[in-house]
Design a protein around this ligand. Structure first.
Ligand code: ARG
Length: 459
C-alpha cells in the first residue's frame, strides 16, 4: 500500500508546498548550512546591533537592550552548533530560518524582528563570505605546512645529486634539494591566488537585502565595520550579483593549487617507482593489493591526481552556473555553496595528507647518484670548453659531434659547481624559512582577529 505523503508547511513563507518541491529546493542545505551557523549568527549580531542604533525612526525596530538580548541568544546558538547539537529541519529550509525559529522560540516577538530590513539573499552572501575568509586562512596555514615539509625534505637531503630532467629525459645535474624546494616554492606561490580570492571575499554584501535595498535608513558601513570587512559592496543590485563570484574565484584558485599538488604527486609516483627508486614513500601512506602480497601502491598520490580532476570540475561548474545567470537573486546560486564547500574540503584534506606523506619520504642517495649517465654532463663539458676560450656554439658542436667521448663524471662535483641564485648550491634556505613563517603568521593573526571580532559581537 502506498503511504500517504504529508505535505509540510514551510516555516519561511507559512505556505504548504508539495513535499517533493521542498526536498528538491532545499537540497543539501540542512547539512551544508551547519557549517555556516557560526557565521550566520555573527552576521545577525551585526545586523541587530546596527538596527538598534538607527536614527530618525518613529520608534526603534529593536532597542539597544533588546539587541543585547539577541546577541546573547546568538552566542548560545553558536555554543550549540560547536557542540554539534544545532539542527536544521527540512521545513526550516536553511540555517537562516533555523536560527530565526530558535530565537523566536526563546525570545518571542523579539526573535521575529531580527529579519527586518534584510533578506536571506544578503544573509547567505555574508555568511559564505565570513566562512570563506576563515577557510582561506586555514588553507593558507595548510599550504605553509606542506611547503615546510617539502623544504625540510630538501634541506635534509642537501646536495644529494639528482638527475634533472626535461621531456622526462636525463638533462643536467641537479639536487634533491632543488627538486623539493622547487615544489615548495610552487606551493607557496599559490598564496597569491588565495589572497586574491580573500580580497574578493572580504567585501560586505549585508544591507543589500533582496538586491534592491529597503526603505529604512540602514547604515551599511556599520555592519561592515562590526564584521571586519575591508569595505561594503556598494551597489545593492551588484552585491546580489556578486553571490557566486567569490565562490567561483576561490574554486579557480583551489583548482590551480590542486594542479600544483597533482604535479608533485606525479613526480613522487615516478621517482619512487623501482625503475627510478630515488625516493621511498612512507609505508603507512601506501596501500596493498588483495592478490599481490609484495605491493605497496601510491594510492594516496594517485587520488591526489583524481581529486584534482574533481576540483577543476567544481571550478568549471561554478563558472558554468554563473555564465548565463540573470541579474538579481536566482535559486541556482544555492548550488554555488555546494560546489564551494566540496572543493574546499577536498583541497584541505589533500593538503593535509600530502604534508604528512612528504614528511615521511626517504631519499636513496645511492640510487640518485647511480642514475647519472655521461650525457647528463654534456652541457658542463661544453661550458668547460667555453672557459678555455671556445665560443659557445662551437663548443656545443664539438660535444654534440663526439658524444661517445663523454664519460662518467663526479656528480657531486658537478652539482657543487652550480652556485648562482636558485641552482644547486644557490638555494636560499633562509628565504624559504622566512616565507613559510610569514604566510603562517599572517594567516594566524588574521584568523585570531576574525575570531576576536566574532566573540566581541556575541557578548
Ligand atoms: N538557501 C538559499 C541559498 O543558498 C538561501 C536564500 C534563499 N533565497 C530565496 N530568495 N529563496 O541561496
Amino acid at each position: 500500500m502506498k503511504a500517504k505523503r504529508v505535505r509540510s508547511k514551510c516555516t519561511v513563507t507559512d505556505r504548504t508546498v508539495d513535499p517533493d518541491v521542498l526536498t528538491y529546493t532545499v537540497g543539501e542545505d540542512p547539512v551544508l548550512d551547519l557549517e555556516l551557523a557560526k557565521w550566520d549568527c555573527m552576521g545577525t549580531a551585526a545586523h541587530v546591533t546596527m538596527l538598534s542604533e538607527l536614527k530618525g525612526l518613529r520608534r526603534p525596530i529593536v532597542t539597544k537592550v533588546e539587541a543585547a538580548k539577541v546577541r546573547r541568544e546568538l552566542a548560545k546558538v553558536v555554543e550549540l552548533s560547536e557542540a554539534g547539537k544545532f539542527t536544521i529541519r527540512e521545513d526550516d529550509q536553511d540555517v537562516h530560518m533555523a536560527v530565526e525559529r530558535m530565537l523566536t522560540e526563546s525570545l518571542g516577538d523579539l526573535g521575529k524582528k531580527i529579519h527586518t530590513g534584510r533578506s536571506r539573499n544578503d544573509q547567505v552572501a555574508v555568511d559564505v563570505r565570513l566562512h570563506m575568509k576563515s577557510e582561506i586562512l586555514a588553507v593558507e596555514r595548510e599550504v605553509s605546512d606542506l611547503a615546510a615539509a617539502l623544504a625540510q625534505l630538501g634541506f635534509a637531503a642537501g646536495t644529494v645529486p639528482l638527475v634533472g630532467r626535461t621531456h622526462l629525459q636525463p638533462a643536467m645535474p641537479s639536487t634533491v634539494e632543488m627538486w623539493a624546494t622547487g615544489h615548495a616554492e610552487m606551493v607557496l606561490d599559490q598564496i597569491e591566488n588565495l589572497e586574491a580570492a580573500y580580497r574578493l571575499a572580504d567585501l560586505n554584501p549585508l544591507g543589500s537585502a533582496a538586491g534592491y535595498g529597503v526603505p529604512l535608513p540602514l547604515v551599511r558601513a556599520r555592519t561592515t565595520a562590526l564584521l571586519g570587512f575591508s569595505r561594503t559592496l556598494h551597489n545593492c543590485f551588484g552585491a546580489s550579483m556578486a553571490r557566486g563570484e567569490c565562490e567561483a574565484s576561490l574554486l579557480s584558485a583551489l583548482a590551480q593549487l590542486m594542479c600544483v599538488l597533482s604535479r608533485l604527486a606525479e613526480d613522487l609516483i615516478l621517482f619512487s617507482m623501482p625503475e627510478f627508486a630515488y625516493f621511498r614513500l612512507p609505508r603507512a601512506y601506501c596501500t596493498g593489493s588483495s592478490i599481490m602480497p609484495q605491493k605497496y601502491n601510491p594510492d594516496v598520490l594517485e587520488l591526489v591526481r583524481g581529486k584534482t580532476a574533481q576540483v577543476i570540475g567544481l571550478a568549471t561548474a561554478a563558472l558554468s552556473l554563473l555564465h548565463a545567470m540573470p541579474g538579481g537573486y536566482n535559486r541556482d546560486l544555492q548550488d554555488a555553496k555546494l560546489l564551494y564547500m566540496k572543493g574546499l574540503s577536498t583541497t584541505r584534506t589533500t593538503l593535509r595528507i600530502l604534508a604528512k606523506l612528504v614528511a615521511g619520504v626517504e631519499v636513496d642517495a645511492a640510487a640518485c647518484r647511480a642514475a647519472f649517465t655521461p650525457g647528463v654532463f654534456a652541457t658542463d663539458v661544453a661550458l668547460r670548453k667555453v672557459a678555455a676560450g671556445t665560443p659557445w656554439r662551437d663548443a656545443y658542436h664539438e660535444v654534440r659531434d663526439h658524444l661517445e667521448l663523454l664519460g662518467a663524471e663526479d656528480c657531486d662535483a658537478a652539482v657543487k659547481a652550480k652556485r648562482h641564485e636558485g641552482t644547486c648550491l644557490g638555494i636560499d634556505r633562509a628565504l624559504y624559512r622566512q616565507r613559510i613563517a610569514s604566510v603562517r603568521k599572517s594567516a594566524e593573526s588574521r584568523a585570531a582577529a576574525l575570531e576576536k571580532r566574532r566573540r566581541a559581537l556575541m557578548k
